[in-house]
Ligand binder design. Structure first.
Ligand SMILES: *Cc1c(COP(=O)(O)O)cnc(C)c1O
Length: 215
């Protein structure tokens, strides 16, 4: 079941920031995705390839599928024909594989580089040094079938909202630095059900919201 009132509210919250909603549909049954579609949403985020592929096959073709979870190189080939945006690129090796698979389908796949901003050890992502090393690598220019569109980050899972805000603000700073020398960088994906308002205040223009949308 989807919570229509809540979705209206979220969309209202996003408006002043011109931010995009990625409806995170992981673990949800197909009926829920269809309900979101009928409501009018078209951008769905999934965190597992094995789940995204059958949903993509079963649901309307004009849905834009975003991969938001950790991606293994050997799974890229399954989503390369259709994925709209990959939020979770955290290595050059993965970028190379996405490029290779995109080329097979004559596509350019847009990618976000995932930054590690949380306190937790377990969250994936690059630090700033790794990010700039990757972007300065001459080999990057050879990857003609990917486009680096921006950055993604997940804040710590904590009740300390001041800390969450600091983490988002830090990512925003990195984003601005990057944008000053790479004009293609436009997307700053940060904010989930519990922290998206803070993320918007700190400069997010794409939020990934799941649990809040469902009853
Ligand atoms: C699950 C997930 C979300 C959405 O989280 P909610 O708390 O359900 O809104 C956002 N981003 C990523 C990477 C996720 O895995």
């Amino acid at each position: 079941m989807i919570r229509t009132e809540v979705i209206h509210q979220v969309l209202e919250d996003l408006k002043p920031y011109h931010a995009t909603l990625v409806a995170v549909t992981k673990t949800r049954p197909q009926e829920d995705l269809q309900a979101l579609y009928d409501f009018g949403l078209r951008i769905f985020g999934e965190n597992r390839v094995q789940e995204m592929v059958p949903k993509h096959e079963a649901l309307p073709a004009d849905i834009q599928w975003h991969l938001i979870g950790h991606l293994q190189s050997n799974k890229v080939k399954y989503i390369a024909p259709f994925v709209e945006l990959i939020h979770s690129v955290d290595s050059f090796k993965l970028l190379q594989e996405i490029n290779k698979q995109a080329a097979k389908h004559n596509r350019t796949i847009a990618c976000l580089l995932q930054m590690h901003i949380a306190q937790e050890e377990t969250k994936f992502g690059l630090d700033e040094r790794e990010l700039f090393a990757m972007l300065e690598s001459p080999e990057l220019l050879e990857l003609e079938n990917i486009r680096i569109a921006g950055l993604m980050g997940m804040a710590s899972n904590t009740d300390d909202m001041a800390q969450v805000r600091r983490e988002f603000a830090g990512l925003r700073e990195t984003f601005e630095k990057l944008r000053s020398w790479l004009p293609d960088i436009q997307v700053l994906s940060m904010g989930m059900s519990n922290d998206y308002r803070i993320a918007l205040e700190e400069g997010s223009n794409m939020v990934r919201i799941g649990s809040k949308l469902f009853a």
